[in-house]
Structure formats: C-alpha cells, structure tokens
Design a protein around this ligand. Structure first.
Ligand SMILES: [Zn+2]
Length: 250
C-alpha cells in the first residue's frame, strides 16, 4: 500500500491520463442507456459512504474537465443542495441503499424503506440508478433485496452491481476496479498488475484495458492543494446552481 497514492493530485493525474489516451467517461445511467459503447471508456462511479465534502471536491475536479460521474448517496450523506448542484454539473446522482441491512433482513420492510428513501431523493433530483452499500456489520447483503423485486419496479434503469456485467470474460471486456482497501487490486477483475494509481495510469497509457469500470470512494482520497482547487471550482459554479435550485423551488 502506498499511502501517498490516494491524493487528489493522483486522482487528477488519473483523469488526465485517461483523457489523453482517448477514453470517454460514462455515468452508470449513460452506460445502461447506451445503444453503442465507445471503444475506450471509463465508467466512473463514486460511493459517498461518508464525508460528502470530499465528494464535492472530487466532483469539482471532474467538472473542470467536463467529466461526468455517478455519485451514490446514502441517506446519511444525502444533501439536497449538493445533490442538485452535482446534477446541474452533469453528474448523475443515485441512491446508495442499505435498506435490507437496516431492516434486519426483513424483505417487506426493506422495500418499504427503499421506496420511501428513493422518493425522498427524487423530490430533489432525478434518480435513475441505485447501488448497494456494503454494510460490514450486518449479516445481510443489501443486493439480496432484489431476490423478490427488480429495480424496474421502482422505475430505475438498473443497479450498479447486478445490471453491469464485469470480469475477465464480460461482454465487451469491461473490467471492474475498486479502491476499497486503498489498492486498485480487485478480486475477480482479471487484472493482477494494477495496485497503485501509478500502475493504473500506466495501464491506461498503454490502452491495456480499454473498458474500465472504476469505483473511487471520495472519502478514501485525501484533500490537499488540488482538493482545495476542486472546492474553488465548485464554489464558482455555486451561484448558478443556487439559481437553478431557486427556480425549481420557486
Ligand atoms: Zn458504500
């Protein structure tokens, strides 16, 4: 593990390497809707497990490059103004659900919670995809909530795990890499050579993996100088977002 690796500086280097190598960036919604996929792309997903302020910084760094990503908010990290501002800047906002764990495995109660929470998000911002939160203290896997119903029952396009086929044999060769554990080494990815962000940058420069599905948890990435730059870029756009919020509420 390289503790200096997971900085916003390293993250910006990753984004720029992908742009330079001709990778397109897709949100989960765009990926699920696409009639045809680009030859090279990064499907970019962020789970906001805690510290929404880090997500704002990350979104600012992406917005400066016209990159859109999908940000999944838990009920505990959802903030209507932040979510709407993200949507205004071309990011997708989704629901990071944990209802089955919170309902102690009671499927009916979990679905009631899911519906209520999704409705709450949708009062502020369009939500078309959802993504399970891994609840480490619960014996219940949140994705099991789909044993009895489907995302379509909630007018969702899909779910970030069950609707996206990944792995070495996936159609179109989509490879899933997650920063969980502060390494990109991800079980089942079929990529053993990528651990650090530098490794990932090199793989991107070589075009070794033309279709990548990246999960970066904003709370795992440290701020620093460029994090601040992301905040400033975000704040500059804040006035127009506030204006849009005013129009929506007015
Ligand atoms: Zn999570």
């Amino acid at each position: 593990m390289n503790v200096l690796d997971y900085t916003f500086e390293a993250y910006e280097g990753l984004l720029d390497a992908a742009l330079d190598a001709g990778y397109a960036f897709l949100t989960v919604r765009e990926y699920l809707r696409a009639a045809a996929l680009p030859d090279r792309f990064v499907l970019l997903r962020h789970d906001i497990d805690r510290q929404p302020s880090n997500a704002v910084s990350m979104a600012g760094l992406e917005s400066r490059r016209d990159i859109g990503a999908t940000y999944y908010f838990r009920t505990a990290t959802f903030d209507p103004e932040t979510a709407l501002a993200m949507a205004e800047r071309g990011h997708e906002v989704g629901y990071h659900y944990e209802d089955l764990a919170q309902a102690n495995g009671d499927h009916e109660a979990a679905h009631r919670r899911f519906e209520r929470n999704l409705d709450r998000f949708r009062r502020h911002v369009p939500v078309e995809t959802a993504c399970a939160h891994g609840s480490p203290l619960s014996p219940h896997a949140n994705t099991d909530v789909w044993e009895r119903r489907s995302p379509a029952d909630y007018d969702l396009l899909g779910e970030a795990y069950r609707s996206i086929d990944v792995g070495a044999d996936a159609l179109g060769g989509l490879r899933y890499l997650s920063d969980t554990g502060r390494t990109w080494r991800t079980p089942g990815s079929g990529i053993a050579s990528v651990a650090t962000t530098d490794d990932l940058v090199r793989a991107i420069e070589l075009g070794a993996y033309p279709r990548l599905y990246l999960l970066a948890h904003p709370c795992r990435w440290a701020g620093g100088r460029l994090g601040l730059a992301g905040r400033i870029a975000w704040d500059i756009g804040a006035e127009s977002a506030k204006f849009a919020i005013g129009k929506l509420r007015g």
